[in-house]
Design a protein around this ligand. Structure first.
Ligand code: NAP
Length: 322
């Protein structure tokens, strides 16, 4: 593992962190708690010390598993979680006021629930699970974050940016009132490079790069024959014609790179880590095999300029979350 500073916080976190959505047990089907716990523990043995979870992941189930591992770990593990939108709408919708999404009392109550699920005294990083730039001048989130930090229940605060909208956080970063942003960043969505990353670097804001494998397409494992059970989030994300589109894009990427599909996850993670602004990349990984492979990626260093130039041509502007 290699370590990077999480923005201006004093936290040094592993360049690969653990994305804990998949272990929530409701939106990602398949896998078992036992297997997920083993993968997470193995990742920690390999030096991983940062986990991203959320109250919404299995209504606290993911936080419960994370808490179990963190409390038993012999080393310091940093945990980030998220306050779900009170109106349960992902992503944040324009025109809906913050009083319906993150009222002050609700922010405090939600944090108490997360502390209980995790079984810890304090949360290292608390994030708003959605963000709408129309809320910038409102009081609620400022007071909520201020009180959570003052009480010591939270050490650092940030937001998880709406899917494929990296620029919606620029104004918020300029307030100086948040420590981190979490954004989709992968070979297909390279848009944070334009404005978000330079600003985050300049202001000392930590960047958590999420969905580095595009929910699985950048593993090379998805084609027209891939089946996701009804109820699995990926049955919607890869619905209709999208599996074919993904296969064609990935085939073209592999051809250009001149590599086999088995190399793709590592290249996808190193792509994210080639950016100085990225503090950590957080793949979901519920198997020992994937945990071991992903934790080995940072030691390989950044990709060459030549490889990055090829990857630049494979940016793909689309939104499968819609
Ligand atoms: N709005 C938000 O705030 C938001 C939204 C989405 C995600 N996130 C965060 O970002 C994290 C990462 O995103 P994600 O989990 O949705 O998707 P992802 O990391 O892009 O992809 C996860 C998929 O890739 C597979 N995988 C991982 N490593 C692999 C490897 N080395 N070889 C082959 N396959 C591999 C995983 O398999 P297995 O799991 O079966 O091992 C899983 O199917 C989430 O867990 C969550 O913490 C946040």
């Amino acid at each position: 593992m290699r370590y990077r500073k999480l923005g201006r916080t004093n936290i040094e976190i592993g360049a690969v962190g653990y994305g804990a959505w998949g272990i929530g047990g409701t939106q990602w089907l398949g896998g078992s708690d036992g297997e997920s716990l083993a993968a997470l523990r193995r990742a920690i043995e390999l030096g991983l010390n940062f986990i991203d979870t959320a109250l919404a992941y299995g209504a606290g189930h993911s936080e419960g598993l994370v808490g179990q591992v963190v409390r038993d770990a012999g080393s310091r593990i940093y945990v980030a979680t998220k306050i779900p939108p009170k109106n349960q709408l992902w992503p944040a919708r324009p025109g809906i006021g913050i009083e319906e999404v993150f009222p002050y009392d609700y922010m405090l109550r939600s944090t108490e629930r997360s502390l209980k699920n995790l079984g810890v005294e304090s949360i290292d990083l608390q994030q708003l699970h959605v963000w709408n730039p129309e809320w910038i001048g409102r009081d609620e989130w400022r007071r909520g974050f201020e009180e959570l930090k003052r009480s010591g229940k939270v050490q650092a605060v940030g937001i998880s940016i709406n899917d494929h909208q990296p620029d919606s956080a620029l104004e918020l970063i300029e307030t100086g009132l948040i420590d981190t942003v979490q954004t989709i960043y992968n070979i297909f969505d390279q848009s944070p490079e334009r404005k978000l990353f330079p600003l985050a670097l300049a202001r000392g804001i930590g960047v958590i790069a999420r969905v580095p494998l595009d929910e699985g397409s950048l593993t090379g494992a998805i084609d027209e024959h891939t089946h996701f059970a009804p109820g699995d989030f990926r049955a919607v994300y890869f619905a209709g014609d999208r599996k074919r589109q993904v296969r064609e894009h990935v085939e073209s990427l592999l051809r250009d790179l001149g590599v086999e599909a088995a190399s793709l996850p590592e290249i996808a993670l190193r792509f994210c880590l080639s950016q100085a602004a990225v503090s950590t990349v957080i793949p979901g990984m519920r198997s020992l095999r994937n945990a071991e492979a992903n934790c080995a990626a940072p030691a390989k260093g950044p990709l060459s300029e030549e490889t990055l130039a090829i990857l630049r041509r494979h940016a793909w502007d689309r939104n499968f979350y819609d």
